[in-house]
Design a protein around this ligand. Sequence first.
Ligand code: SF4
Length: 542
Amino acid sequence: MTDPISLPVLRSDTPKEKCGVFGIWGGPEPTVITYLGLYAQQHRGQESAGICVTNGKRLQAHTGMGLVAEVFDQRTLSDLERFASNSPTHKEGAGGNVHSLGADGRVHSSGAVGSLPSASVTPSTQPTNGTHPTHTSPARPTSGHGAIGHNRYSTAGGSVSCNAQPLLESFVGGQVAIAHNGNLINADLYRARFEQAGHLFHTTSDTEVIIHLLASPAQQMAVDPVAATLRHLQGAFSLVLLFPDRIEAARDPWGWRPLVIGKLDDGRFVVASETVALDVIGAEFVREVEPGEIVTLNDAGLSIRRFSEPAPRLAHCIFEHVYFANPSSNVFGQNVQMVREALGERLAIEAPVDVDYVMPMPDSGRSAAAGYARQSGFPYREGIVPNRYVGRTFIKPTQAERSAAVRLKLNVIREMVKGRRIVVVDDSIVRGTTTQVKMNQLREAGAKEIHLRISCPPIRHPCYFGVDFAHRDQLIAHNKTEDEIRDFLGVDSLHFLSMEGLLSCVNRHKQDYCTACYSGDYRLDPAHPITDELATSQMTMF
Ligand code: SF4
């Protein structure tokens, strides 16, 4: 009998990101709205999902491994909804972990594996909301409850249930739950320091150090403990924190990952990683959370303050536009689909070729292929089709069986390919193994010429800011020339979009995008992360 392997192994050529976050303050049905917000952002993480709610005094969370629809059912959602409506229940939900604060003042956990250990709690002395509000808008009256949620794909800490977020903890300031998109490069330094001081960690995730920092006396004695905590973090973080009386959402000073504010017709505010979540719940886009800002959602409405000035050079992840974000989302001020089509148009200008068909690699190459076809004037045909019924796991431990699994996942339409000259458009190549199998399949189906066009530059460097690009040695472009990659893939010609071409398709200042996985130009040095110095040297505002 063979062991099941997970889809991430089969799809090792596909980059993964952690994660998607969502938050809403006020009833009715904050849990259901959060569920929909997570569902809309499922593409940002498929390993685990979770929702944490407050009834105004206490928090309760349900987390589990798998897709949103696998982690939550009607009963778990109803349990959370009842709790948030001031009728707390402490029942175990199906397929996940429930964490709640019991009458004895300790966190209790239930669920199969990975539940949080108990933690002592003292009466709540919540941190203040800060002293620099820049905008307030009254929300509709609420019963004082709200919810946050998280979709996870691990890039730090591993795929285990104890890392499923939101992480719910109790500390001297009360309770807090945290949902994090991004990756902290100085988390290991802090973790080692805390562990030497006797702190116990419940997860292997970088996110947990944020809670330990928040709980530390230095931060608890600060005027604004949340702001003081965030000033210690180095790296990428779009965060949503839930306290019993409010949500605090924050974005790192570099703006690596997106985070937006929305507003429902009834006046309730929400925050989400992507605008597609706002569209799904019927919320209007208000604006992005700016780099270095904290947004508070509570019964008074919405208020905004800064914990830092924006970094001198921002670092919006350009790969959000190339691959990650949902095409219908607006990210960093631009619609993703429009950017991807523009990348395809630019690709056709940079690397024209005489062909019969323009063919997308599904689903990742569709938008760029549409742009390439429009610009080149050659017909767009879908000759590689995905098998939508291939599940998330597959029993295939050998390389040959994995190749078969790739063929099962994507099928070639022989009649459309045989004897044709084809230009195949995809968004990126990481390891190249999946692409190689697909090109072989096209050749076996009788393609006369195969020309491969990639709508971003070669990925030559790892990402330390929330994308699980393979180790440098596993990146096909790290130590191969374009000609060598072409030969490895077995295609007649190959062209990667130039950096100039990539940056010509985005609207903000070119220097405000992170392109480190292509260029090696890291905004922060991952080999030399810093800790306390951040609070005084980089964060000049306080
Ligand atoms: Fe995005 Fe690449 Fe920068 Fe990582 S290194 S944040 S994937 S642009």
